[in-house]
Design a protein around this ligand. Structure first.
Ligand code: ARG
Length: 461
């Protein structure tokens, strides 16, 4: 056999399609650094436990460290003919260390090898995404602080409902993203066990020490069942499903930014440098980035669905189907990272227009609930009755071409004597937000506190 041949597989048919369906190095090269870490830990553990000599372990480690440099400097060349990243690295190790390279795979299989690589990859993907998301939350909290008293319309069914503050609206996303961070932390906690030692599926007869490799690779423990260790991919599903929920949140925010930046809403201006122009309409400033925040979610959902489908119905233990986990994982991770970065940049860059949001907040009789509440607290009406009075008033005013905000005390008294002494303040959007001080409510004083508290939780998390 030629020097570079690590192991003689059976898939030796010459047709190009065979390499195409069988070879994964075109994408799993992204596991190279994790693969080298895993092999370093395994080699050192073998040396310490007398499975190979300490000198042999050292030689293998030297070779692996050299390969790591080659990978880091972009000099390593991956050969699709060598199937996957694991075989590529082992073949290079054979070039560097000769037949000794063959001892590295003692007490190990590619099945536990790929599982540990993928776990480490997902672990750092989670850490990266979580750090990016913490920035998003920090920006939301800061902007909410600055706009804690600026009033904007609150909608239900996308119809005018009640006034809220811009800060309150932003903090709603802050809370969603904090739960996304929490889901990522939970996924990380669950994946924190090393599958090494499971070998192909049943464990191994060599006197290996999986706790030692787990420690070297910074895992909190060792997986308890070797069959589970090589056949489980739920750690990827956890990450993808946390990511899918995060993508839902980003898409909703993206949609609101699109809507708010229209001439009709004009709640915000988008940052000039994050807008796209039109090749035909000279006046255009299109919200391409928020639109992509909205759309990229589809790819993440697709990855989750794809891996669920791959895993569904697979018998234990390892099946080659599981090689199909990686493209879904990598694509989702890239998509999530860039989506969160874009989200943070947009949130930093947008300019709110509080005068416009304030005047729009008064449209559509949004203080109707406040008038009804006044009838309850000051005139002793049951809420249902007050609701009916104000419902009638709104219709009556509409016939005059008016809304509550345009009504005069004389008109209110004419409609219903009980409204004769309604203080004009009750018809203002400021009053509507200031009085909503129930926990989690939109009152500026609460929003200012909530923003500070979110910032603290975000930093401590
Ligand atoms: N490249 C494979 C994967 O990603 C790992 C190799 C295990 N292959 C095998 N035939 N047992 O799942």
């Amino acid at each position: 056999a030629p020097d570079s041949e690590v192991w003689e597989g059976w898939l030796t048919g010459g047709d190009a399609f065979l390499a195409e369906i069988n070879s994964s190095v075109g994408f799993d090269y992204r596991l190279a650094l994790q693969d080298i870490e895993g092999s370093l830990a395994h080699a050192r553990m073998l040396g310490e436990n007398g499975v190979i000599t300490p000198a042999e372990a050292e030689q293998l480690a030297d070779g692996l460290l050299r390969i790591r440099e080659e990978v880091n400097s972009g000099q390593f060349s991956f050969d699709p003919g060598l199937e996957d990243v694991h075989m590529n690295i082992e073949a290079r190790l054979r070039e560097l260390c000769g037949p000794l390279a063959g001892r590295l795979h003692t007490g190990r299989s590619r099945n536990d090898q790929v599982a540990v690589d993928a776990r480490m990859w997902v672990r750092s993907a989670i850490d990266r995404l979580d750090a990016l998301l913490a920035e998003t939350v920090a920006v939301l909290a800061e902007r909410a602080q600055a706009h804690h008293a600026d009033v904007m319309p609150g909608f239900t069914h996308l119809q005018c409902a009640q006034p809220v503050t811009i800060g309150h609206h932003l903090l709603a996303y802050g809370e969603m993203f904090m739960r996304d961070r929490d889901r990522l932390h939970a996924a990380r906690r669950r994946l924190d066990e090393s599958p090494l030692g499971a070998a192909a599926l049943a464990g191994t007869g060599y006197p290996i020490d999986p706790h030692d490799t787990a420690r070297r690779l910074a895992f909190g423990g060792v997986m308890r069942n070797s069959l589970d260790a090589v056949s489980d991919r739920d750690f990827i599903l956890d990450y993808l499903s946390a990511g899918a929920t995060l993508a839902v949140h980003i898409s909703r925010l993206g949609e609101e930014l699109v809507l708010w930046s229209t001439a009709q809403f004009a709640f915000i201006s988008l940052p000039e440098d994050l807008c796209a122009g039109s090749s035909i309409m000279p006046q255009k400033r299109n919200p391409d980035i928020p639109e992509l925040m909205r759309a990229k979610s589809g790819r993440v959902f697709g990855s989750l669905m794809s891996l669920l489908t791959v895993m569904k119905g697979l018998p234990l233990a390892y099946s080659r189907d599981m090689q199909e986990d990686k493209e879904a994982l990598f694509d989702a991770a890239d998509t999530l990272d860039v989506s969160v970065r874009a989200t943070t940049a947009m949130l930093r860059g947008i300019t709110f227009h509080p005068q416009k949001t304030r005047s729009d907040a008064a449209l559509g009789n949004t203080v109707a609930t406040d008038v009804a509440d006044w009838l309850v607290t000051e005139r002793g009406l049951p809420f249902r009755e007050a609701h009916s009075v104000v419902g009638g008033l709104v219709k009556w005013l509409a016939a005059l071409g008016k809304e509550l905000k345009d009504s005069s005390p004389a008109e209110l008294a004419e409609f219903d004597q009980q409204l004769a002494d309604l203080p004009p303040r009750v018809l203002t959007v400021e009053n509507a937000v200031v009085r909503r001080r129930s926990p989690g409510g939109t009152a500026p004083s609460l929003v200012r506190e909530a923003a500070a508290e979110l910032l603290r939780r975000n930093t401590a998390f």
